[in-house]
Design a protein. Structure first.
Length: 105
């Protein structure tokens, strides 16, 4: 790999590295790991939902990685909605999720 100099070159290198990493073993776990060292944690998450052809796109933004977009069918959206409704039951309403343990003001 050459030494990238521009944001566009770095973005291209990150994408190329992701393709190379996807082909390596062991692969990343397909379930969200319990160990925070095994995933990238982003603060101050920006997200966007928009319609796409017969689906929705959900985009998650990270300043270093840019946008990661997932296209979901109606059935996947329903599954996600149900999973979030179940998971949110364990979160106290008076706590700020962005900063665990901090009361929401």
């Amino acid at each position: 790999m050459s030494d990238p100099e521009t944001a566009a070159e770095i973005d291209a290198e990150i994408r190329a590295l992701a393709v190379r990493r996807a082909a390596l073993a062991p692969g990343h776990p397909v379930q969200l790991p319990d160990d925070p060292a095994q995933f990238h944690h982003a603060d101050n998450l920006l997200w966007q939902v928009r319609p796409a052809s017969r689906s929705l796109e959900i985009g998650l933004f990270n300043p270093g990685l840019g946008w990661t977009v997932v296209r979901l069918s109606r059935a996947q959206i329903e599954d996600l909605k149900d999973a979030m409704a179940l998971a949110v039951q364990d979160i106290p309403k008076h706590f700020n999720a962005a900063s665990p343990g901090t009361p929401h003001t």
